[in-house]
Design a protein around this ligand. Structure first.
Ligand code: HEC
Ligand code: HEC
Length: 384
């Protein structure tokens, strides 16, 4: 399983760095979604020709493709392993293969297990058994038993009553960023820098992030050395989200489903003063560690039940990671942002580096300049 071969539309995101590779694949998957996005937020059974499982058929297209991404990742497969010719011109998404039939059976099995054993809660997913393998292993390897301890994390953070509360951790974060008063004065910013891509793919982009309080955000990337790649945009204007990715056949499309909830949360958290308002049901979990550093853990719920877990480094109190989970009946669809290199801009700390990872891609952003409270025309966040 290579990054290249999974360079597809997952969660409705067309990979920015499709570049020289994977473009056909992106275009093929995008073509499917394009037909679908014509009628906005169509469900998968209407948008596609051969989608029949009880839990997948009712998903909006973006969430359906998110589920496809989760299935691929959970089994260690590429799209082409179930859809013959994916990645070429001869792809046939519709045709049934033996593995597709098994997959349908498994999708129903997972729904059944959760319904009959866990009151319908999402406790068992494809990953529970498959763990990145096509055939689940049945016996623990002794090397694993005596090797490094398992560092997998729970999706749902179990609240703890000892130690710092969620409110205390978030207050400390606000303080570390410059304090509530300073943050309340932040109404907009424009950040510029370069995107590093991933493993040499897709680098060399110059980006601009526009953000306007309380919930507008747009990330625009251009590739100066490769003007043919066009301008890539992810934007949320306070109600609607859209993505422009000229390398995909789709060109641009409206974001729906969990990905829209995710875009909204990222726009809101660009203005951290409101973090305790935009997330509900805030709870602190057991302290953990990330890259060898101790962190406090807070989980909250965004719009439409979007689950978000945040990790705050000790002792600084700064946010070093956020994972948000899109919903899918076969397993949640994670999107992770890692923040570092916090620098002071007029009394407020901004992370000058962040890495954005999703099921089929990863991109790193290095900021070079942040200008705060500059006027931005609100129309800039709309679909252009
Ligand atoms: C393990 C097998 C498997 C993998 C891997 C897989 N799919 Fe699927 N795919 C299916 C099954 C099964 C269906 C039908 C689902 C249903 O009936 O509810 C399907 C349906 C689809 C459809 C609808 C086709 C139509 O018109 O009926 C699209 C589009 C699709 N998949 C895209 C993808 C993409 C993109 C990837 C890679 C990210 C992918 N799939 C990976 C099994 C798979
Ligand atoms: C309770 C455990 C369990 C869960 C959960 C589970 N599977 Fe499986 N799956 C298995 C086992 C065991 C096999 C191997 C069966 C065999 O070899 O005959 C298998 C086999 C498969 C295969 C066939 C592999 C091959 O050799 O081609 C596919 C495809 C598959 N699973 C997809 C899924 C998907 C998709 C999900 C989530 C919707 C899922 N499975 C969830 C246990 C599970």
């Amino acid at each position: 399983m290579t990054l290249r071969s999974r360079s597809l539309v997952v969660s409705g995101i067309v990979l920015f760095l499709a570049g020289a590779t994977g473009t056909v694949l992106v275009q093929r998957a995008a073509a499917q979604a394009a037909q679908a996005s014509a009628a906005k937020a169509k469900i998968a059974s209407e948008a596609f020709k051969n989608v029949t499982t009880s839990t997948l058929k009712g998903l909006v297209v973006d969430d359906f493709l998110g589920a496809m991404g989760a299935i691929s990742a959970d089994l260690g497969l590429d799209c082409a392993d179930c859809h013959p010719g994916a990645g070429s011109d001869s792809v046939d998404w519709v045709i049934d293969t033996p593995r597709k039939r098994t997959t349908r059976r498994m999708v129903e099995m997972v729904a059944n297990i959760n319904r009959t054993n866990f009151g319908g809660a999402q406790m068992v997913t494809c990953f529970t058994c498959h763990h990145g393998r096509l055939r689940p292993s049945t016996t623990i390897a002794l090397d694993a038993l005596y090797g490094t301890p398992n560092d997998e994390r729970d999706d749902i953070v179990a609240p703890v009553t000892s130690g710092a509360s969620a409110t205390q951790i978030l207050d400390k974060y606000i303080q570390a960023l410059g304090g509530a008063e300073k943050l309340a004065g932040l109404k907009s910013f424009i950040a510029t820098g370069t995107s590093a891509g991933y493993e040499g793919l897709g680098g060399g982009g110059v980006f601009q992030i526009l953000a306007q309080s309380p919930d507008r955000r747009s990330v625009q990337i251009v590739f100066k050395d490769h003007p043919e790649r066009g301008e890539n945009i992810r934007s949320y204007n306070g109600t609607a989200g859209w993505i422009k990715s000229p390398r995909g056949l789709l060109g641009q499309y409206d974001v729906v489903g969990s990905e829209l909830d995710g875009q909204r949360l990222e726009a809101q958290l660009a203005f951290p003063a409101q973090i305790k308002q935009v997330l509900t049901n805030l709870r602190a979990g057991n302290p953990d560690s990330i890259n060898g550093n101790d962190v406090d853990v807070v989980q909250g719920t965004g719009s439409n039940g979007l689950l978000a877990t945040m990790y705050f480094e000790k002792p600084s109190g700064l946010l070093v990671r956020m994972v948000r989970y899109g919903k899918s009946p076969v397993g949640r669809v994670p999107t992770q942002t890692d923040y570092s290199d916090y620098r002071d801009v007029g009394g407020i700390k901004f992370p000058f580096k962040y890495t954005f990872s999703w099921l089929d891609g990863k991109d790193s952003f290095q900021l070079t300049d942040v200008k705060t409270n500059v006027p931005i025309d609100a129309a800039k966040f709309n679909k252009q």
